[in-house]
Design a protein around this ligand. Structure first.
Ligand SMILES: [Zn+2]
Length: 105
């Protein structure tokens, strides 16, 4: 099923990019605080943004890992709520979706 391979490639590629991004964010958060107080205030604001970004990224990483696990298990493309098939258009748009269009609505 070529569509499944496409989805897997897309998800693995996206996972790789997100993992890199999380690594970069965490490296940035771990840097030494600046000695200058004004600088430090800006850094703290930046850290809040980074932490939020990091959180969103981790949530997405978890969803993608779930999708890849479903590909492995052969349940990818099956709605987690009703057990019906998730249509290909929806999967192409949201490769890590777990529910069909009806259940998501
Ligand atoms: Zn459904």
């Amino acid at each position: 099923m070529p569509q499944l391979e496409d989805a897997r490639r897309y998800l693995e590629d996206r996972l790789q990019r997100l993992t890199n991004r999380v690594g970069a964010i965490e490296g940035d958060l771990r840097r030494k605080p600046s000695a200058d107080s004004e600088e430090r205030a800006t850094e703290l604001e930046n850290d809040e943004v980074l932490e939020r970004l990091s959180h969103d990224t981790i949530v997405e990483v978890t969803q993608i890992r779930g999708a890849l696990a479903r590909i492995e298990a052969g349940t990818y493309g099956t709605c987690a709520k009703c057990g019906g098939a998730i249509d290909a258009v929806r999967l192409a748009a949201i490769p890590d979706s777990t529910t069909c269009r009806n259940c998501a609505a």
